[in-house]
Design a protein around this ligand. Structure first.
Ligand SMILES: [Zn+2]
Length: 84
């Protein structure tokens, strides 16, 4: 119980921008939860993925941080990005 996860329910702040929104199917034998409605999403099935980028202001170096959210479909992705 020592590991804290930032993933999941917390919504990203305004500094995060949507870099990519894609419908996709992965090969990964993995199940993740939809960030909007918490329904388990099988990565091998059709689902929706949103990639978020944030610039990190490091002196002398341009860098960015990236996170990924998984959704069951476009509707959930829309709903989530609209309220983020
Ligand atoms: Zn969903």
């Amino acid at each position: 119980m020592s590991r804290t996860s930032n993933l999941g329910r917390s919504r990203p702040g305004p500094e995060w921008r949507v870099a990519q929104r894609v419908a996709r199917t992965d090969w990964a034998d993995d199940v993740e939860r939809c960030a909007a409605c918490r329904t388990p999403v099988d990565m091998r099935e059709d689902h929706y993925q949103v990639v978020l980028d944030r610039d990190i202001d490091t002196p002398g170096k341009l860098s960015f941080e990236r996170q990924r959210r998984v959704f069951c479909d476009e509707t959930c992705a829309d709903e989530w990005t609209a309220t983020a």
